[in-house]
Design a protein around this ligand. Structure first.
Ligand code: HEM
Length: 137
């Protein structure tokens, strides 16, 4: 019996060492993503380069959808229920400089929340290809 328990303990600890936490977990799960979303909204509010784009936005809805999207793309248990990035950003005339400004704010927020550099980079890599649908040319 003791041997069986010992084998089980060894197997379980081996598993916990080899299972890599998902990006969602590395971002702090639901709470971590809520904190990133809120931090980003506060930063946008104070960023004169981009805040004008959000004058007519329903912020509560935007907050909910952004959190859903960050959860979904990082492998969390969420459905994204908003529009496509192209649909949602068409007509706002968002430039690449605007996009970079938002990403700069996001990096600062993640840094303040002690998200590891590796997790930051994984999230940024998932968001980067979206610039094509978000910015206008
Ligand atoms: C990584 C980049 C970005 C992501 C992941 C993102 C994500 C989102 C999401 C999920 C929504 C809600 C979609 C919906 O309403 O159905 C949204 C809406 C919006 N986004 Fe972005 N966005 C990004 C970049 C930007 C940038 C750079 C700007 C402008 C500086 C911007 C301005 C807006 C505005 C104004 C809305 C609200 C549209 C409305 O009121 O109908 N977004 N975005």
């Amino acid at each position: 019996m003791r041997i069986v328990s010992l084998v089980l303990i060894i197997l379980l600890s081996a598993c916990s060492h080899t299972t890599k936490p998902s990006l969602y977990q590395q971002l702090g799960g639901e709470q971590g993503i809520a904190a990133i979303t809120d931090g980003l909204l506060r930063a946008i509010e104070q960023d004169q380069r981009i805040v004008h784009h959000f004058v007519d936005t329903d912020i509560a809805r935007f907050r909910r959808l952004l959190a859903e999207q960050l959860c979904n793309i990082s492998g969390g248990p969420c459905q994204y229920t908003g529009g496509t990035m192209q649909q949602s950003h068409t007509g706002f005339n968002i430039t690449l400089a605007d996009y970079d400004a938002l990403v700069e704010n996001l990096i600062n927020v993640m840094q303040q929340q002690n998200i590891s550099i590796s997790a930051q980079n994984q999230l940024l890599a998932l968001l980067a290809p979206m610039y094509k649908d978000i910015t206008y040319r």
